[in-house]
Design a binder for this molecule. Structure first.
Ligand SMILES: NC(=O)c1ccc[n+]([C@@H]2O[C@H](COP(=O)([O-])OP(=O)(O)OC[C@H]3O[C@@H](n4cnc5c(N)ncnc54)[C@H](O)[C@@H]3O)[C@@H](O)[C@H]2O)c1
Length: 241
């Protein structure tokens, strides 16, 4: 499969380029705003993977729709407007969109949903993520997905709070809180904490390299080839849903 990688000069982009050949893909466009990278896709691109910046998403969607090719979106921090653009594009082409392409995190999403359903709102949920100091959006897409899994498990609306400060008052039952830490070179740590009165359950994932995200994204593009138009997640690719 001949593919384009958007954000090819970035941490994830470079990892995708290095793993593509082993996944049976040929990268024919390495696109990035930085000098020395392609600024457009040549004829013959059969699929695109975008791990760039949210401001790039509208252009990626327009080009993928024009060419009628599948698209994998790893980029996080999309505005509501950018997300609507993805949703519109998914009426025409297959799109896999996930805040995390690793097997371990997608398993964690299932576990968080199950734990939330079993433990109920009496167990206070605090989600804590930590990433390297260069990350540009917060909280992480993965932390948001975990929070949504907890809400799904409890069968409540996805309503979250982000951090706390000042005179907060007592913690209301049922609150789902998300906290973002930044520093050093941490690739991605996530903890979902269920704090009860007499015990605490913690589900923890620590990424040790970017390979897991890149390999998952390449697998997702291969899977998306020939699928009907729509938005899919990594859970669809892995057969979890
Ligand atoms: N879904 C996942 O599994 C997963 C995993 C890691 C990172 N991410 C997300 O992927 C994105 C990239 O992460 P990163 O750590 O590689 O970041 P990075 O900053 O290292 O790389 C981003 C690259 O995109 C380029 N870029 C910026 N605007 C562009 C545009 N308009 N067109 C083309 N290229 C553009 C930048 O020049 C840079 O080289 C972030 O949104 C991050 O949160 C997702």
């Amino acid at each position: 499969m001949k593919i384009a990688i958007n954000g090819a000069a970035g941490r994830m982009g470079k990892m995708l380029v290095s793993l593509a050949e082993g996944a049976g893909m040929e990268v024919i466009a390495k696109v990035d705003v930085l000098d020395g990278y392609d600024k457009s896709w040549p004829e013959g691109v059969e699929g695109v993977i975008d791990f760039s910046h949210h401001s790039a998403i509208k252009a990626t969607m327009a080009e993928a729709v024009k060419r009628n090719i599948p698209c994998v979106i790893g980029t996080t921090g999309l505005t509501a407007d950018e997300q609507s653009c993805v949703d519109e594009a998914a009426k025409v082409i297959p799109i896999v969109q996930s805040g995390n392409y690793s097997l371990g995190v997608n398993l964690l999403l299932e576990m968080a949903k199950k734990a939330a359903a079993v433990l109920g709102p009496e167990y206070d949920v605090e989600i804590v993520e930590m990433h390297h100091k260069h990350k540009k959006d917060a909280p992480s897409g993965t932390a948001l997905m975990l929070a949504k899994s907890v809400a799904e498990g409890r069968n409540v609306a996805p309503d979250f709070i982000y951090g706390r400060s000042g005179e907060t008052g007592e913690r209301p039952q049922g609150e789902i809180a998300v906290h973002a830490l930044r520093g050093g070179s941490v690739i991605g740590d996530h903890t979902v904490m269920f704090a009860g009165d007499v015990e605490r359950v913690e589900l923890v994932h620590k990424a040790q390299g970017r390979e897991a995200f890149a390999a998952g994204a390449l697998k997702a593009l291969e899977w998306a080839k020939g699928k009907k138009a729509g938005i899919y997640t990594m859970r669809d690719v892995l057969g979890f849903v």
